[in-house]
Design a protein around this ligand. Structure first.
Ligand code: HPA
Length: 266
C-alpha cells in the first residue's frame, strides 16, 4: 500500500484534498463532471482490490469537483465478492494517509418504504450491520473499539441537506440495512427489515463506514433507490434493473454533491 501512496502523493499534494468520494453503481457518470487532475486504475495501485462486478469500474481519480479538490474512488469491491469485509481497507487507509478528512459514500439500494420510490435519493442517517460482520475483526489494539454513535457526521449531513434545499430538492434520510448479498432479499426479509427499522436495504457501504471511522474520517453516505424491496411489487429483482435505474437517481445525487462541494470548505 505504501507504493500506492508514493504513486499518488505527488498528484495529490498540490491540491490538498480533504474529501474522498466512493462512487457506487450508477454514479460512474459523476466522473464526467470532474476536472480530472490524475486518474489511475486500481489494478495499477499495489494493494488495491479489483472488482469483477459489472458496473463497478475500479479507478481512482484526483480531481476538482464543483471547484473543490477531491479524491474519487470510482467503483468498489463488495463483501460478497470474497467474503472479506475488509475488501475496501486499502483504498480507505490510503485516502486517510493522503490527508483526506471527509468520506462521502454512495450506493444503490432497495426501498422498504412505500413512500420512497425508485429514483429517489436517501441520505443515510444510520445503519444496521445485519450481515453481522465487522472489517475490524482480527485488528489488534484498543483502536478497534470504534464508537458508532455518530458514525454519520451531523455537520456533513447538514451541508448535504442545505445543498439539496438550494436546488429545490427534498432529501429524505433513513436507515440503511446491510445484507451480505449477492442474492437479493426474500419478501419475508424485506418485511423483517421494515419491522427492525430499516428504510433501505443494500449490499455495501457499511464495512466502509466502519473502516472510515476506524481511520478517523468523517462520513456522509447516500443511496440511490433503484427498486422496491422484494415482494413489494410482485416483480423479480435483478442486477440489470439496478444498473438501469441507478443513473436516474444517480444524476440527482451527483447534482447535490456538486452543489455541496461548490459551497466551499470541503
Ligand atoms: N437489495 C439489496 N441491494 C440492492 C437492492 C435490493 O433490493 N437494490 C439495489 N441494491
Amino acid at each position: 500500500m505504501s507504493a500506492a501512496i508514493d504513486h499518488l502523493r505527488p498528484h495529490v499534494a498540490p491540491l490538498k484534498p480533504k474529501t474522498g468520494i466512493v462512487l457506487g453503481s450508477g454514479l460512474g457518470r459523476f466522473v464526467e463532471a470532474l476536472e480530472v487532475v490524475h486518474r489511475v486504475s486500481y489494478a495499477d495501485l499495489p494493494g488495491f482490490p479489483v472488482s469483477r462486478v459489472s458496473g463497478h469500474a475500479g479507478e481512482l481519480v484526483v480531481a476538482r469537483a464543483g471547484g473543490a479538490p477531491v479524491i474519487v474512488l470510482s467503483g468498489r469491491v463488495h463483501f460478497y465478492e470474497s467474503g472479506d469485509a475488509n475488501a475496501m481497507r486499502a483504498p480507505i487507509e490510503t485516502l486517510a494517509a493522503l490527508g483526506i478528512e471527509n468520506l462521502i459514500l454512495t450506493n444503490s439500494a432497495g426501498s422498504v418504504r412505500e413512500d420512497l420510490a425508485p429514483g429517489s435519493v436517501l441520505r443515510t442517517a444510520d445503519h444496521i450491520a445485519f450481515s453481522g460482520r465487522s472489517p475490524l475483526i482480527g485488528v489488534e489494539g484498543d483502536g478497534r473499539f470504534v464508537g458508532m454513535t455518530n458514525a454519520y457526521d451531523p455537520g456533513l449531513a447538514a451541508r448535504m441537506e442545505a445543498a439539496a434545499e438550494g436546488l429545490g430538492l427534498t432529501l429524505p434520510s433513513g436507515v440503511y440495512m446491510w445484507f451480505s448479498g449477492p442474492n437479493f432479499e426474500t419478501p419475508a426479509e424485506i418485511r423483517m427489515a421494515r419491522i427492525l427499522g430499516a428504510d433501505a436495504v443494500g449490499m455495501s457501504t457499511v464495512p466502509e463506514v466502519i473502516l472510515a471511522r476506524y481511520f478517523g474520517l468523517k462520513v456522509l453516505a447516500a443511496s440511490v433507490i433503484t427498486n422496491y424491496g422484494a415482494g413489494m411489487t410482485g416483480a423479480e429483482l435483478s442486477h440489470d434493473e439496478t444498473k438501469e435505474m441507478a443513473p436516474k437517481g444517480g444524476e440527482t445525487l451527483g447534482r447535490i454533491l456538486l452543489a455541496m462541494l461548490a459551497s466551499g470548505d470541503l
